[in-house]
Design a protein around this ligand. Structure first.
Ligand SMILES: [Zn+2]
Length: 415
């Protein structure tokens, strides 16, 4: 039995215990539960410690060994047949936004455990070891930047730099790790054979199209811009309309241009998220407006085209300037891993479409280390970072089943 290839023993019947996965979602939602169905569990707080303790206990029950690295990432390692092979890794994050949901990130970790449980109860053994990971501070709400747990792991940010980051009350990451007892001593240096992360979509596309599974092709690139428009401050009563240089009305026109540029560059998105008006007084014609702009597109060419159009629009305003203050390149996931997700969905009889991730994810850091893919399931009303975030037990179980089968396909393909 054990020597038979795995593939020949896996039929279309679900391998996964959907009820147990749902019970785990309920159980972890109590750590930092808001009473309205949501979760407030900022990274490295007592609530985060409680869910980490739960992670360690659950991993131990499943027969995993748990290691903690110096930035607090948790790795639960489950043996395969061949200990010489690098592990296939899955997971996500257990921290949430303030007033966040019970699925964002959490589902990806719990589905990893559900996959291990399914293997254990059905007697299936993979060739590769499997690792379920919980990344520290995916959300970036308490400590900025977001995703520094996976960032340190991937070498995108230095450990010392991350440990020195402080929250608004002056507590450093290092101090916060010590205070909850989750500063580990050993870096997890082995690159995985592959990384697959299940996550809720956090957008409306899958639900609107009635599709069960998103095979995520990559993470959008992002560019942030600061724009300033200058006018002339003058008296609101004594300056005739024809004589005004009103920075706010100029900004209003520019904001509409920005919206039009976004619409013209689908699937790109362009947002003016913050505006400052100076002096911001009812009876003064505004002399200066600052705008903070967020631009995203899954392709580099798309980003370039949007930036060119944005710069032209800003240049069309007299006395204006634009500065790009931050950029992240688009990340393309591994074609073979994406294909494994598509095939796993087909094996389960689930509808599937390719989709680009609108939000950033730890998987974008992992993609620099190993062949990587992500799996999305629908989010009700596209809501996330919200207590009303919801995916049904069926949708969660479908995603976890596709995750498990993707891991098995990759195990076979990479062995
Ligand atoms: Zn997330």
């Amino acid at each position: 039995m054990m020597d038979q290839p795995l593939a020949s023993r896996i039929g279309p019947t679900p391998l996964l215990d959907a009820a147990q996965l749902n019970a785990d979602i309920e159980a972890t939602a109590r750590f930092g539960g808001t009473g309205n169905g949501g979760v407030s569990r900022l990274t490295l707080t007592p609530e985060d410690k409680a869910v980490r303790d739960w992670f360690v206990a659950r991993a131990s029950e499943l027969g995993c060994s748990v290691t903690i690295d110096p930035i607090g990432n948790l790795f639960a390692s489950y043996p395969g047949r061949n200990a010489a092979l690098p592990a296939i890794m899955t997971g996500s994050h257990l921290d949430t936004q303030p007033g966040g949901g019970r699925y964002d990130g959490i589902l990806g970790v719990l589905a990893g455990f559900a996959a291990l449980r399914a293997l254990k109860s059905s007697g299936l053994v993979t060739e590769h070891p499997l690792t379920v990971v919980n990344w520290t501070n995916e959300e970036g709400s308490r400590f900025s930047p977001a995703m520094f747990g996976s960032g340190v792991h991937a070498g995108a940010i230095a450990l010392d730099e991350a440990l020195a980051i402080r929250d608004q009350s002056g507590v450093s990451v290092g101090q916060a790790l010590d205070s909850i007892g989750y500063r580990g001593s050993r870096s997890h240096t082995e690159n995985p054979a592959a990384y697959v992360e299940l996550h809720i979509e956090q957008g409306p596309v899958l639900e609107a199209e009635g599709i069960a599974i998103g095979a995520v092709t990559g993470v959008q690139g992002l560019r942030w811009f600061d724009v300033e428009i200058k006018g002339t401050e003058s008296h609101a009563g004594s300056t005739p309309m024809a004589n005004r240089r009103d920075a706010l009305t100029a900004a209003a026109r520019l904001i509409l241009d920005v919206e039009a540029i976004g619409r013209a560059h689908a699937p790109g998105v362009l947002t003016v998220g913050r505006a400052g008006v100076f002096p911001n007084s009812r009876n003064v014609v505004p002399g200066r407006v600052s705008l903070q702009i967020d631009m995203r597109h899954p392709g580099k060419a798309g980003l370039e085209a949007m930036e060119t159009a944005l710069r032209q629009a800003v240049a069309g305003q007299t006395d204006s300037r634009i500065e790009r203050i931050w950029a992240k390149k688009p990340v393309a996931f591994d074609p073979a891993c994406i294909d494994a997700v598509r095939q796993a969905a087909a094996d389960c009889g689930l509808s599937c479409r390719d989709i680009a991730s609108g939000a950033g994810h730890d998987a974008a850091h992992l993609a620099t280390l190993a062949p990587t893919a992500m799996i999305f399931i629908p989010s009700r009303d596209g809501l996330s970072h919200n207590e009303r975030e919801y995916s049904s037990p069926r949708q969660c179980a479908d995603g976890a089943e596709v995750l498990l089968r993707t891991l098995l396909k990759l195990d076979r393909r990479l062995a």
